[in-house]
Design a protein around this ligand. Structure first.
Ligand code: CTP
Length: 340
């Protein structure tokens, strides 16, 4: 792994831009172009600079090529500004580098199916019912699985995100289209991770032409959408099935009930009312609930790192499944997963 980091914000911003554009005008950027090793970047800069669209566009370009970022942490900068811009601490960096080196082929031979993003339920050709999901968590999960060598199929609702490198992406709009795509790919998968924020209801009637404005009230009748995870989970067989739950209020209690009702192996829950842990933002505080009753709270983490913590749990569950006697169809797994 090639670790890029410096404490000088202007230099870091410059370096990220040069890496993104493929410039090779010093030793570091030349090395980054020449190496086949995984590249990790640990930037530090003024929070406004880090969140600036120019910087984030370059970060996204690099991520799409498989470069991994150890995101800056929250704190007070040398210039006195406060925000997300402090370089990650050394133990975090060492942990990420170690994990990156270990995991490259951990899921080779495993097919992971992921749903992500919202669904849009049309009212007429210009209006729809949707939700605030950005797809960031689902895309991070797909990327994390691909980085561990899995064959990944991502079924995505409408998002502004580019699919992660090496991931097969199928784009859909509605819950019914997502269900159909999931049913087509579920048979072939070993792990299904349902991250999508599926719209629970859709308008009963879709107007073929744009409905014109009027001063009268307009009542829309909504009908329930299929529960995609609830439809396929009963047919899970040897597969590992993981759900997500974005909750408000009694988050753990609601998620435990969902885990049991939908027959899942694992559910990742977050409280969307908690600061920095909901829709649209780049961070999340997940709690993992296992079918055996275990509860694993994770700290507030960048979604990319949280996705890898979830994949750690997935790898552990696959080891356990593979180790159980009488579990069918595990013979195709790589040696690393044949025994616990
Ligand atoms: N899910 C799904 N299809 C739906 C609704 C949810 O596949 N129509 C999946 C989500 O991808 C997630 C899990 O089910 O993995 C839980 O989703 P969530 O929206 O939290 O729960 P619901 O089942 O919709 O229940 P509620 O909205 O009452 O909390």
């Amino acid at each position: 792994a090639c670790l890029v980091g410096s404490e000088m914000c202007i230099r870091d911003r410059h370096t990220i831009a040069r890496l993104a554009l493929g410039l090779a005008d010093d030793m570091l950027t030349t090395l980054a172009l020449a190496t086949r090793a995984p590249i990790l970047v640990a930037p530090a800069m003024n929070p406004a600079m880090w969140t600036h669209p120019a910087t984030q566009a370059h970060v996204q370009m690099l991520q799409a090529r498989g470069v991994e970022f150890i995101d800056p942490t929250y704190g007070v900068m040398a210039c006195g500004d406060e925000g997300w811009g402090k370089i990650a601490d050394t133990p975090t960096m060492i942990e990420v580098v170690e994990r990156r080196l270990k995991r490259t082929q951990e899921l080779a031979g495993i097919h992971v199916l992921v749903t992500a993003g919202p669904t849009y339920e049309p009212i007429d050709p210009v209006r729809f019912i949707g939700n605030r999901s950005s797809g960031k968590m689902g895309y991070a999960v797909a990327q994390a699985a691909a980085e561990r060598g899995a064959e990944v199929t991502l079924i995505s609702g409408p998002t502004a995100l580019d699919p992660p490198a090496g991931v097969k992406c199928i784009r859909v709009q509605t819950a019914e289209q997502m269900l159909q795509a999931v049913q087509e790919h579920f048979e072939a998968c070993d792990v299904f991770i349902s991250v999508a924020a599926v719209a629970d209801y859709r308008p009963e009637r879709v107007y073929p032409l744009k409905r014109k404005r009027s001063q009268r009230a307009w009542t829309l009748r909504l009908v329930p959408n299929p529960d995609i995870l609830g439809t396929v989970a009963p047919r899970k067989g040897h597969r590992l099935v993981v759900g997500f739950a974005a909750e408000t209020g009694k988050a753990i209690e609601y998620a435990r009930e969902k885990l049991q009702r939908k027959g899942l192996d694992l559910i990742a829950v977050n409280d969307v009312l908690e600061p920095q842990s909901g829709f649209e933002v780049d961070t999340t505080r997940l709690t993992l609930l296992y079918a055996d009753g275990r509860v694993e709270p994770l700290p507030l983490l960048p979604k990319r790192i949280a996705a890898h913590r979830l994949m750690d749990a997935v790898v552990e569950r696959l080891h356990i499944l593979a180790g159980k006697s009488g579990v069918p169809d595990r013979s195709h797994l790589p040696d690393s997963l044949k025994s616990p």
